[in-house]
Design a binder for this molecule. Structure first.
Ligand SMILES: O=P(O)(O)OC[C@H]1O[C@H](OP(=O)(O)OP(=O)(O)O)[C@H](O)[C@@H]1O
Ligand SMILES: Nc1ncnc2[nH]cnc12
Length: 173
């Protein structure tokens, strides 16, 4: 399946010089959506874990169906000020700015294993901030799964030592 052909490139969004890889065109395609979820799911078949964690908002889109299909719980990591209960927060850099993410302090117990799922790995800032939150709360990140990886932004350099899978790769803008 040519999933890459279903990604829409939008130049100069959200800022001049950024080529935005738009996944809404994959979501629109019943076959594309099914292939994406099923293939991400296959990368988890030999992994033992307790929860899937998805960063807001595109991490929710892929994280929830994976958790549902695999019979696991889902933990949202949200942008600042959105989670209602007690939170732990982390500031991080993005390809196009900075942001703060938060997780509920009782989202999982120390010693539990989590998988991080997101639509796209760019600089790795979001993922590294999520890993830091999990580890500071005593959890273990056993796998990270992405639909898209922008290899040229070297996000994997921040994820050395972790088990990382991505389905669609871009070597350059
Ligand atoms: O590897 P990084 O450089 O951290 O970039 C990747 C992150 O950026 C995007 O989310 P964004 O913060 O734009 O939020 P959204 O999903 O709500 O659009 C994307 O969904 C990843 O979470
Ligand atoms: N170039 C890009 N396209 C889509 N989502 C992104 N998140 C970070 N960089 C991105």
């Amino acid at each position: 399946m040519d999933l890459k052909g279903l990604v829409r490139d939008v130049p100069d969004f959200p800022k001049e010089g950024i080529v935005f890889r738009d996944i809404t065109t994959i979501l629109q395609s019943p076959k594309g959506l099914k292939w994406a979820i099923e293939t991400m799911e296959k990368s988890l078949k030999d992994i033992e874990f307790d929860y899937i964690i998805g960063p807001e908002s595109r991490g929710f889109i892929f994280g929830v169906p994976l958790a549902y299909n695999l019979g696991k719980g889902f933990i949202p990591v949200r942008k600042e000020g959105k989670l209602p209960y007690k939170t732990k927060r982390k500031e991080y850099d993005l390809e196009y700015g900075t942001a703060v993410i938060e997780i509920h302090t009782d989202a999982f117990k120390p010693g539990q294993k989590v998988v991080i799922v997101d639509d796209l790995l760019a600089t790795g800032g979001t993922s590294k901030a999520t890993i830091d939150l999990v580890e500071e709360m005593g959890g273990e990140v056993v796998k990270l799964v992405y639909l898209i990886e922008l290899d040229f932004l070297k996000g994997r350099d921040l994820l050395k030592g972790y088990n990382v899978t991505s389905l669609i790769n871009y070597d350059s803008e």
